[in-house]
Design a protein around this ligand. Structure first.
Ligand code: NZQ
Ligand code: ZN
Length: 393
C-alpha cells in the first residue's frame, strides 16, 4: 500500500440557513471582497440579494465580476486577477457552479504574480500562493468547492487545461442544497455523470489494498444512482439534492484516493471534447466512460468490472467475471442514457471525427496516458471513434 497525506482543510457549512456565517467568515480575511459569478442564475434564484446583504451587514466593501462562462475562459481569470491587484482585494467569494469556482481559484493565484495567469496552465508556472477563496456552491457536480483544482479554457488555442494546487483550495464553502433546486434536469444529469466519473477514475484500479475506500466509493456511486433521477423529477426534493451535493464534494476532495497514484483517463479525453466543441463536461464524460470501459475490459481487468457490477448495480454474483463485467457496462450505459436521458453518441451532438487525431494527441501529450489501462494516441482515437454511434450495451 502506498503512503499518502490526508489534508482537507476546507471548512464546510452544510445545509439551510447558514448564510449568517458568511460575513464573519469573510471578515477573517479582510475587508475588501471580490464577488464572482456566472451568467446570472444567482440573481434569478435570489441568492445574489442575500449574499450582498450579508456582505454589507458585515461592513465589508464589495467588488464584483460577473459573466464567467461554463468551461470558463482565461479572459475572465485575467480580468479577475487585475481587479484583485487594482482594488487590493483581501478575499474572493465565488458563487455558482464549478466554472465560477474554478475561474475564481485561478484569479486568486493570478493576483499574487506579475505574469499572465495563462502561464499557470500553458507553462506550468509555479502556484506558490493565492488570495483566500470562499465559495457558495449552486450546482452539485465538479467538487470544486472542496478540492484545490480548476480547469480553464483558452478559445484562441482551443486548449482546456486543469491543474490542482494546494494554495487554491477554498478556505470555506457554503453548501446549501436549496441553492441547487433550480438546476434543470439536464444539468442535474450532467452533474451526476461528472461525479460518477470522478469516483470511477479512482475506483477502476487494480490495487486491491484499500478495501475500505472501495466500499466508500461504491456507496457514493449508489447514492448518485439513487438520487439523481429523484432530483430530476422533483427538483426541490431536499434529501435528493443534499445527498448529491455532499457526494459531489467527497467524490473528488482527495479522500477516496488514499495512496492510489494512477492517472485519470476519461477526464483528459473529455477536456479535449469540451475544449473544441464547448460541450457540457458531464455529457462528454457520460458518452466516453462506457466506451472506455469496453476498451479496457479484458481478462486482466474483468474482476474490477465484476466488483463494480455486483456491489454498485447489485447484479448476480454467481456469473462468470467476464459476463458480469459486460453486464455492468451495459447497466452504466442504461443509467446515463435511459435513466438520466443523456445523448449517447457524439454524432447526436453534432461532433464528427474531424479533430480526433489532434484531440487524441493532446489528451496524452503525444505519449501515453498511464491510467487503469495505459492508453496511447491510437487507443484514444479508437475510443473517440467508438463514441460516434449510439451505445448498444
Ligand atoms: O452561469 P450561470 O448563470 O450561473 O448558469 C450556470 C451555467 O449555465 C447554471 N447554473 C449553476 N447553478 C445554477 C444554474 N442554473 C440554475 N440554478 C442554479 N442553481 O448551470 C450552467 C453550468 O454551470 P457550470 O458552473 O459550468 O457547471 P459545472 O458545475 O458542471 O462546472 C463545469 C466546469 O468545471 C470543470 C469542468 O471541466 C467545467 O469547466 N471541472 C472542474 C473540476 C474541479 N474543479 O476539480 C473537476 C471536474 O472534473 C471538471 O473538469
Ligand atoms: Zn469532472
Amino acid at each position: 500500500m502506498n503512503s499518502f497525506i490526508y489534508d482537507i482543510p476546507t471548512k464546510v457549512y452544510f445545509g439551510e440557513n447558514q448564510l449568517s456565517h458568511l460575513g464573519p467568515e469573510l471578515s477573517r480575511f479582510g475587508k475588501r471582497v471580490l464577488l464572482t459569478y456566472g451568467g446570472g442564475s444567482i440573481k434569478k434564484i435570489g441568492l445574489y440579494d442575500k449574499v450582498t446583504a450579508e456582505i454589507k451587514a458585515a461592513g465589508l466593501q464589495l467588488f464584483e465580476l460577473d459573466g464567467i462562462a461554463p468551461n470558463p475562459h482565461i479572459d475572465s481569470v485575467r480580468k479577475g486577477a487585475e481587479i484583485c491587484k487594482r482594488e487590493k482585494i483581501d478575499v474572493l467569494l465565488a458563487v455558482g457552479g464549478g466554472s465560477t469556482l474554478d475561474a475564481t481559484k485561478f484569479m486568486a493565484a493570478g493576483a499574487c504574480v506579475d505574469f499572465d495567469p495563462w502561464k499557470f496552465l500553458s507553462e506550468w508556472a509555479p502556484i506558490e500562493k493565492a488570495l483566500p477563496v470562499v465559495t457558495i456552491l449552486t450546482l452539485a457536480a465538479t467538487g470544486s468547492e472542496m478540492d484545490c483544482g480548476g480547469v480553464i479554457s483558452n478559445p484562441k488555442t482551443q486548449d482546456k487545461i486543469g491543474r490542482m494546487e494546494f494554495p487554491m483550495l477554498p478556505k470555506v464553502s457554503f453548501l446549501d442544497p436549496v441553492n441547487t433546486y433550480t438546476v434543470n434536469p439536464y444539468q442535474t444529469a450532467c452533474g451526476a455523470a461528472d461525479m460518477m466519473s470522478h469516483i470511477m477514475e479512482v475506483y477502476f484500479n487494480m490495487d486491491q489494498d484499500l478495501q475500505m475506500l472501495d466500499g466508500i466509493m461504491e456507496v457514493l456511486m449508489k447514492t448518485i444512482i439513487r438520487y439523481a433521477p429523484v432530483a430530476m423529477e422533483q427538483p426541490d426534493n431536499y434529501e435528493a439534492r443534499a445527498n448529491l451535493m455532499w457526494a459531489s464534494s467527497w467524490a473528488i476532495n482527495g479522500f477516496v484516493n488514499g495512496g492510489k497514484r494512477q492517472a485519470w483517463s476519461c477526464h483528459p479525453m473529455e477536456h479535449e471534447l469540451s475544449a473544441i466543441y464547448d460541450i457540457t463536461h458531464g455529457l462528454g464524460l457520460a458518452i466516453l466512460t462506457p466506451r472506455w470501459m469496453k476498451y479496457t475490459l479484458d481478462e486482466t481487468t474483468a474482476s474490477k468490472f465484476y466488483q463494480f457490477g455486483v456491489n454498485v448495480f447489485g447484479i448476480d454474483a454467481s456469473q462468470p467475471h467476464m459476463e458480469a463485467a459486460k453486464k455492468s457496462i451495459e447497466l452504466l450505459g442504461d443509467f446515463f442514457f435511459r435513466t438520466l436521458g443523456l445523448k449517447s453518441s457524439l454524432h447526436e451532438i453534432g461532433i464528427d471525427d474531424k479533430n480526433f487525431e489532434i484531440m487524441a494527441k493532446k489528451a496524452c501529450n503525444g505519449g501515453t496516458l498511464p491510467g487503469f489501462k495505459p492508453l496511447n494516441q491510437q487507443d484514444i482515437e479508437n475510443i473517440f471513434k467508438m463514441c460516434l454511434s449510439s451505445f448498444n450495451g
